[in-house]
Design a protein around this ligand. Sequence first.
Ligand SMILES: [Zn+2]
Length: 248
Amino acid sequence: MDEDGVCRRCGERLVCIDIDPSETEDFAKSLAALASQREVKADFLGFQEWLERNGPFDAVIDAANVGLYNQKNFSLFQLNSVVNGMRQMSRSNKLPLIVLHSRRVKSGPADAPNNKKLIESWRRAGTLYATPPGSNDDWYWLYAAVSCRSLVVTNDEMRDHLFQLLGTSFFPRWKEKHQVRLTFSRRGPAFHMPPPYSRVIQESEGGSWHIPTLTGDDIEAPRQWICATRNTIRASSRPPLRLSQVGW
Ligand SMILES: [Zn+2]
């Protein structure tokens, strides 16, 4: 498959299954209800109000994950490179929402003078939300991204206990369409945007079938698809399906 989801073997395009906006709204509501049970209710309510005042955002950053990715110590420099990269990609040139636990805002690398300035500038711009002591920041960035219908930047595979509470009917589809993942090189961050097609078994207009064979989250591994086509399709005798693997 190429990046647009066109099969290199049969030339057919993979389809994109859209998410119904009302489904997203329902999911945001159930997410808020769950988060209010698991977190200190007043804290989460305070965040919802803050988001009403300061949002919406085009993108939300899981800042702990981004700042720690491939780093021993939390790196505000790395986080800032991702914040700026997302701003450049935003149509409105708006800064993304940075969700970060308060302990990372108050101590450690945040104490360095340059980092203090950076954090202060994000605060003044209304783009940093420091989640309160004792909170699980995953609830906060996830709720913000779902309710703003925005992208979320994280390499978190979203498989731990919290995400398992969200069920399998809507959340995996939402994640596929909204998660931006990152790799880093000397030139800075590379953004891996959600694909413009859906990774599900599907039949294309011309009658080929495409079947994803890898459902893992490894950014570097090419996703393999099986392309099943018939050379000619006749009513009386259907030739057997031909199977071939196509790299992403
Ligand atoms: Zn094909």
